[in-house]
Design a protein around this ligand. Structure first.
Ligand SMILES: Cc1ncc(COP(=O)(O)O)c(C=O)c1O
Length: 469
């Protein structure tokens, strides 16, 4: 395992994927030397009052908020702690269906009753963030809900109107939790959407590791004193969900990352934005391959320009084909692919060489495309996977405690899934436990598997765990 990592790290493969440090060393440190536990003088993450507290204050200052809780188990543990802190057992919560699996795990453990808001899937096969109007409608359907949970920005970088959503949520006397895992670089420089913590959210969780120069798993939960969630409750639940042996290697990386961001962050983000504009304009003339911002999502407050969605507008290449072509022909490793696009993630640590290699490869890919079929099929597949809300027969909590059996996929239509079924990435459920599987849904899942997508919840020999009835 360690050997293949070292080989990959030393290879010519260029990372257009997380983590945001892109293998650039910003602080030389030997992990064996600095890997300690809570010895005297080194503070304690769960009761920070010394060097870790200073570090947390530094991140809070960078984001312009009152507190930043440093997390070493990713946004995953931050989402879980925030949702537990915001709710009580069996509360009704309003949830964007496109939320990450950690939100579902928290709902299952907290026995919450979700009222889902479905995303609109755009003509490009991209799930759009939910709108203020959808939130308003969901509140009208479930006025007894206590909390609204949304993702902003989405994996693809689309950003909803958080300010307006926060006003609507607060007017209804509810709490707003925002999973901003992909927006750790927001709120630091112009040209990007604002940081949701500046827009009225009660708790915002950012994965520092996804887009900033810090190690994987490092994240922050951002909080303001105006929040409807008491800080003590957040701290309490972080104690439940986060390791009692937080890694000092990760925390040291958060310290080095903070120093780097304080001294270079704003300027580097500005330069990155300019480089991305140049990248997109250089490739404007390509015949098939498009890297432009999605129509309707071009303005700086609605989109994160650092996410490059690469589409073949004639439909010959699926996202997975594009990703594989770039890996094979150009040694460029992307973040993920869907039936309609591949996603290259960029950050302040990307190099000129990286951008030039991607530009060059996309020109070559464009020239290699001649066939003009298939686009419709690819879009329909994605639409079938994500655009219809399945029927929930049992709650998440009921489903996880019921007896399950394993059946062949072709026998599962009409049955109720005991597992989450999702494409990974992005890890958004096509089905959640307790929901009824349909023939169309299962055939779309089968097609996704056949096209090479990683689908969790279905075994390699096409079996599925269903609830025994
Ligand atoms: C929207 C979203 N939220 C939360 C997470 C989990 O973040 P972390 O990896 O920091 O635990 C992810 C992971 O990709 C994500 O895409």
């Amino acid at each position: 395992m360690d050997e293949i990592l070292i080989t990959y790290g030393q290879s010519e493969a260029y990372p257009f994927h997380m983590p945001g440090h892109k293998r650039q060393t910003i602080q030389t440190m030997n992990p064996y030397q600095i890997d300690i536990t809570e010895i005297d003088g080194f503070d304690n993450l769960h009761h920070a009052s010394g060097v870790i507290d200073e570090l947390q204050q530094g991140w809070a200052k960078l984001y312009g908020c009152d507190r930043a809780f440093l997390l070493v188990n990713g946004t995953t543990c931050g989402n879980e702690a925030a949702i537990f802190a915001a709710t009580k057992e069996e509360d009704v919560v309003i949830v964007a269906r496109g939320c990450h699996q950690s939100v579902y795990h928290a709902m299952a453990l907290r026995h919450l009753i979700p009222e889902y808001i479905m995303s609109n899937v755009s003509e490009f096969g991209v799930a759009e963030p939910i709108s203020p109007q959808q939130v308003q409608e969901a509140i009208a359907r479930r006025p007894e809900a206590t909390t609204v949970i949304i993702t902003a920005p989405s994996y693809e970088g689309l950003y909803p109107d958080v300010s307006q959503i926060a006003s609507i949520v607060h007017a209804a006397g509810m709490t707003l939790v925002v999973d901003a895992a992909h927006g750790a670089h927001f709120g630091i420089a112009g040209g990007y959407p604002d940081q949701p913590i500046h827009q009225g959210a009660d708790a915002v969780i950012v994965s520092l590791h996804k887009t900033l120069p810090v190690f994987t798993q490092v994240a922050c939960l951002l909080w303001n004193s105006t929040s409807t969630i008491p800080a003590e409750r957040i701290q309490q639940y972080l104690g439940y969900f986060e390791s009692s042996s937080p890694s000092y290697v990760l925390m040291a990386s958060a310290a080095a990352g903070l120093r780097w961001m304080e001294s270079h962050g704003a300027k580097a983000l500005e330069q990155l934005n300019n480089r991305l504009q140049k990248f997109r304009s250089n490739l404007e003339g390509l015949e098939h391959i498009k890297v432009s911002l999605l129509p309707g999502w071009e303005s700086a407050d609605k989109v994160d320009p650092t996410k490059i969605l690469i589409r073949d507008e004639c439909g010959h290449f699926s996202g997975e084909d594009i990703m594989q072509w770039l890996r094979r022909e150009a040694q460029l490793e992307l973040e993920m692919a869907t039936p309609t696009y591949a996603l290259a993630m960029t950050s302040v640590m990307d190099t000129e060489e990286g951008f030039e290699r991607l530009e060059h490869a996309l020109r070559q890919l464009d020239q290699s495309i001649t066939n003009t079929q298939q686009r419709k099929q690819q879009q329909e597949l994605f639409y079938q996977l994500y655009a219809t809300m399945p029927q929930a027969v049992y709650s998440l909590t009921q489903a996880q405690d019921m007896t399950s059996i394993t059946v062949a996929m072709e026998e599962a239509a009409g049955k109720i899934t005991a597992d989450f079924i999702h494409l990974y990435p992005p890890g958004i459920p096509v089905y959640a436990p307790g929901e009824r599987l349909t023939k169309d849904g299962l055939s779309a899942i089968q097609e996704a598997i056949e096209q090479g997508y990683e689908v969790n919840g279905i075994t390699t020999d096409y079996t599925i765990r269903i609830i025994k009835e």
